[in-house]
Design a protein around this ligand. Structure first.
Ligand code: AMP
Ligand code: ZN
Ligand code: ZN
Length: 442
């Protein structure tokens, strides 16, 4: 499996593929890794695509703090009450816990990149899991070419802030880290491969925290695709989703157990987040948008709880008027969206945005035969909906034990929070620095 470290050393590949030799090789490989990192400016391609000179620098800033952020995709704020989660319960005792409010639209890509940049999706460019540029170019979650094209990503991801200010950073699948935003990536990053087991991801993060001090990342962001996948397939309250919640809890337990063995354990703030919640679809409230608008009037459409439509020139009004009174959803010209959504001025958003009522199913099937059925549950709904709320937990030297934050924390707060912990100067962002500071131990 390809492994992308900007220093270009092979040691990580060895660690990933020869499990039984792992321990024996670890010391030697870390040593080799450190030597090659420190010696070279590596002029090589990242993956197969980008080619540039990368300095795999040592940590030049003095810091005794480390931040590890784990995202558990689609972990709804109340999932902990639906399953056995001893490890998450333990974090609540030892640290701070609360609700995390996603940005609108409550989808995976916009929200992961919001957490990484402190910007609303309207401002960081990833306005949906699928969207089109004014020139017609498409960005889509499953399309590697677009996901790895830096031109789609605005803002300054936190891993670049760390690097620019002298700290090594690493990502294991965080959205936006697979490409060089503003010409820079984390020191360690990986191209998305859902086959990497969750436990092996945890082990890799531990191994990075075990690197020699001068090339040890002070910021690590990693990602698990559950319980989102089970939630979509079986529904938020299904036993299969409960099993996924418990699986993720076990990964967290394993990670914390291994972390506790490291000499730097007491210096690590471990932050757990999710990107949004999950709501059961009600197929009795289905709306086929093709019953209202003509295919020939639109250029593009991305449907779901968040639907946006790019009408052909001159067809904006007719499309909007046709959708104005549809059931189970509300259509807006994007500039008329409620202000609290902080969404609507980017030229990447379709001119017409349709916000589905919670649980309603929006789709566009001009030649539908029979009934439409897709996923059991979904997200992307209004970010104020209770069922779209996510989780936030933080445990480590910067956080108070047993503290519960009552009001939902906007997820963009993660950005200044990390900057405060690692003593980084935060680039301009949309988050509230005062709120971030208030989460820290006095
Ligand atoms: P969604 O539920 O449609 O908002 O998106 C969730 C899906 O995004 C997950 O099932 C992941 O497989 C996928 N995903 C997450 N991160 C990445 C990534 N970096 N590249 C490609 N797909 C990803
Ligand atoms: Zn998600
Ligand atoms: Zn999802």
């Amino acid at each position: 499996m390809p492994y992308f470290c900007s220093c270009g050393t092979k040691y990580n590949k060895i660690m990933m593929t020869k499990g039984t030799l792992y321990k024996a090789l670890l010391v030697a490989s870390l040593f080799l890794g450190a030597v090659s990192c420190s010696k070279h400016l590596v002029n090589k391609g990242i993956g197969d695509k980008v080619s540039e000179t990368i300095a795999c620098e040592r940590n030049t800033k003095q810091s005794d703090k480390y931040v590890v952020v784990l995202s558990m995709d689609g972990f709804r704020y109340d999932y902990q009450t639906l399953a056995q989660t001893p490890n998450l319960d333990q974090i609540d005792k030892e640290g701070l816990s609360g609700k995390f409010r996603p940005c609108y639209p409550s989808l995976t890509f916009p929200n992961h990149y919001s957490m990484a940049t402190g910007l609303y999706p309207n401002n960081h460019g990833i306005v949906g899991n699928t969207f089109w540029l004014p020139n017609g170019e498409r960005y889509k979650l499953g399309d590697r070419k677009s996901v790895e094209n830096p031109k789609f990503y605005f803002g300054e991801p936190i891993w670049n802030v760390a690097r620019k200010q002298g700290l090594c950073s690493a990502s294991y699948f965080w959205v936006g880290s697979e490409t060089a935003v503003g010409g820079l990536q984390p020191n360690i990053w990986k191209r998305y491969n859902p086959k990497d087991s969750f436990m092996s991801r945890a082990d890799s993060v531990i191994s990075w925290l075990n690197r020699p001090e001068d090339v040890r990342p002070h910021l690590i962001m990693w990602y698990l695709s559950e319980p989102d996948h089970s939630g979509h397939t079986y529904g938020p309250e299904a036993k299969e989703t409960r099993a996924s919640i418990e699986e993720v809890d076990a990964v967290v337990g394993h990670f914390r157990k291994e972390l506790a063995k490291l000499p730097i354990a007491g210096q690590v703030d471990f932050i757990l987040v999710s990107d949004h919640g999950m709501a059961q679809f009600d197929y009795n409230r289905s709306v086929n948008l093709a019953d209202y608008i003509k295919e020939e009037d639109i250029k593009h459409i991305a449907t779901g709880p968040f639907t946006h439509i790019y009408p052909k020139q001159g067809k904006e009004k007719v499309v909007y008027e046709s959708l104005k009174n549809i059931p189970n959803a509300k259509a807006y010209y994007k500039e008329d969206l409620p202000e609290r959504l902080h969404f609507g001025s980017s030229d990447r958003i379709g001119k017409i945005v349709v916000v589905a009522d919670l649980g309603a199913v929006l789709f566009f099937e001009p030649n539908l035969q029979g009934t439409y059925r897709h996923l059991t549950a979904g997200h992307g709904f209004d970010n104020k909906e209770e069922q779209m709320q996510a989780v936030f937990k933080a445990v480590g030297p910067s956080f108070e034990a047993g503290r519960i934050v009552k009001d939902a924390i906007p997820n963009i707060t993660l950005y200044p929070l990390i900057c405060n912990i690692l003593e980084l100067k935060a680039p301009k962002n949309d988050a509230d620095d005062k709120l971030a500071k208030s989460l820290l131990k006095k």
